[in-house]
Design a binder for this molecule. Sequence first.
Ligand code: 0A1
Ligand code: ZN
Length: 881
Amino acid sequence: MRTDTGQVFHLDDYKPTDFLIPETQLDFALHPERTIVKSTLQIERRQGIAADAPLILDGDELKLIDIRIDGAAPGDNTYVATPDRLEIRGLPQNGKFTLELTTEINPTTNRQLTGLYRSSNVYCTQCEAEGFRRITYFLDRPDLLSIYTVRIEAERSEAPLLLSNGNPKDKGELTNGRHFATWHDPHPKPAYLFALVAGDLGVITDTFTTASGRHVDLGIYVEHGKEPRALYAMDALKRSMKWDEEVFGREYDLDVFNVVAVSDFNMGAMENKGLNVFNDKYVLADPDTATDTDYAGIEAVIAHEYFHNWTGNRITCRDWFQLCLKEGLTVYRDHEFSADMRSRPVKRIAEVKGLKAHQFPEDAGPLAHPVRPRQFREINNFYTSTVYEKGSEVVRMIRTILGPDLFRKGMDLYFERHDGDAATIEDFIKVFEDASGEDLSQFALWYDQAGTPNLAITYDYDQATKTFEIEIEQSLKATPGQPSKKPMHIPVQFALLGTKGRELKPRSAKGGLVKDDVIHLRKRKERFSFSGISERPVPSLLRGFSAPVTLTSELTRSDLVFLARNDGDEVTRWQALTQLLNAKLTSNSKRVRGGKPATIENSSIKLLGDIAFNPALDEAFRALCLSIPSESDIARELGANIDPDAILGSRDALVSAVGESLAERFAELYDLLDHNGPFQPDAASAGRRALRNVLLDYLSVADNTPKLAAAQFSKADNMTDRAAALGVLVQRFSGSDATCQALRSFEERFGNDPLVMDKWFIVQAMQPGNEALGKVRGLMTHKLFSLDNPNRTRALIGAFSSGNQTGFNRADGGGYRFFAETILTIEKKNPQLAARLLTAMRSWRSFEPVRREHAREALATIATVTGLSSDVRDIVERTLA
Ligand code: 0A1
Ligand code: ZN
């Protein structure tokens, strides 16, 4: 484990390497405990570097067995090898030489899951960001590109399958039951994209022919017996390949593309060149075991990793500060893909919900950082919602500012100009400036300034001159290390709505810059004036969620109701409804906290009912509107002095008021939405199930019996309906016979499938109230549970800490103490996982004083431990700062 050294890395310190490694040959002799890695590196000193410059290679927990320079052993005093570094002096004068290194590693004891490790007896690798240095000494940084040839040797019975990057070159039998395979990747790549997989796996195969006629063999490797569950992933892969050709003009560039699913993986998946390695959660699906959310997740992650082939692999990052260059852009691309495959507005609302649930709190708390950070202690802690999701929003804004044609022209230029490069954000912005002639220097602040801007908006309508004025003032609070901020260029897409939601077209616009339907806010405070507006309009602002900002607007309740009923843009329509509900939910939370009952107006109930029963609206959209903001959404709206019990009270009061008032018609609709016939994973069918399952919750609360949920549970022929019913049972009727029976039956049926059982762990970890902690402790002793496996750990400990507002944030601090203790246990095995889980406590300061103090104490318990990993040390110190 890499313990903290206190070292901070700075973007401004970037310096190219002194040496290049144009070619890398790796020979693996695989063995569960003693794998021997021989690497043969062609090394060249860069022009202008002094002849006596030492070569310093990165390592991490390595053991050097042998070293040769141009075939000869160097003198003992010319090199120093420690587990984390190899320094060689007195190198050949001409600066060109072959370095051969032999290291020994133990894949079995590697529980960090970076470098070479074993997952259910399958050898696999994870090298991003700095895992390659756990395999061999290397210049392990993204700007060092090399051409790799890899030879893998293993026992055939243990590992009939031997995969690496690029194209297969050779294979054959050896003595003693061993065999080998050789792979060659013609595309120079950084070490973080290296991959090796060896083991005994099942496979499904298919082919894809690219636009220019290249024949590509596709393979998805999974545990034996699970092959049919990989068919949806294969379908998603072929659709991704086609879409990238059509929408971005990007073709695949090798003869094979392989995907391997493993059950122990720290993240979602990894885009290694030609050999993507996936968390099996994002590959395996069939109607009986996967929910609609799982299907959508698989489609998105398969696409994301595939799209990295161009945005990440062909064009990589100069250094890890530029992580958003590949991640923000690739998330943007996978969002667009899913929008094209499914309903665009529904997908966009889901993105906005995700951004608000994860990125906004990150930006508002102690872990806030810019999309492109300028310093870090531990790069693994920067695979964040800000880098990924806000990074994607920044790309989306570039498109909104330039329009689709210039955006595409800029992307084409990016691919043409930077193919084969390790690039920077400056390079990325420049292609759009060159393609459009626009100056994007102010816009570029989005990459540098952390925090979510707020737009305070006021309006003025003058009937006499038929002029409508909008004044917008932007503000951005201080964030760690950034006390003051500059005004940004914020694109606000808008429409002015007249009677019945008709769009009023202004004759002209004056004041700040307005182009088509986009207000370009560039000053701290700016006025935009629209003439020829014949009636007082209701402005629909931030259409499509055109910028990741919050709005404080003086829209009245009746304006919001008008938008919720009439806005032609579903995103702003949903946004208006959410704003109305949030106002009610927050005021009721305060009432409940003060011992008063919640109040609910009939008009809100009527509004929700009208949306629910409006056949003109997409069922998925109706489901989104009817899903009352979550407890953490309400907490975020409140911002301070949070009491989760009062929030739950407020939310439940609204659900039951709506459910009781509309019970009869909800029941009719619930029956109407029932569907016989085989399960289809498409967006329309998923929307129907989503709507029906929201209704199930309302109906169960209104009825106050588990009957309907229990009936749905036992009748369900697919996991979406089964899991939704189980959720209602555990959330609403925990301890009831029906709930215990459903939990038992789920366990009996899926008890041999850990991935499916994660749903069973999650639902119980989310049970509201004080009993959850005991439940979680109990489940940790379940035979399927293990803190060694990230999916299991996230299912139980992650769902409890980040998804269970009342159970985790118990007033007595028991949840926090348990969590601190568990984080310290996880950290010893897998520091990366521990650090990510710990971010669940980032909003601790917004709780009411008693919980806040308990949270601070728990964090302090972690911080006082000596010898913490750099991962956990970094998070705990920033959280407490
Ligand atoms: N690049 C991957 C995410 C990833 C990052 C780090 C990992 O290990 C530390 C693993 C995967 C992606 O964006 O999908
Ligand atoms: Zn990615």
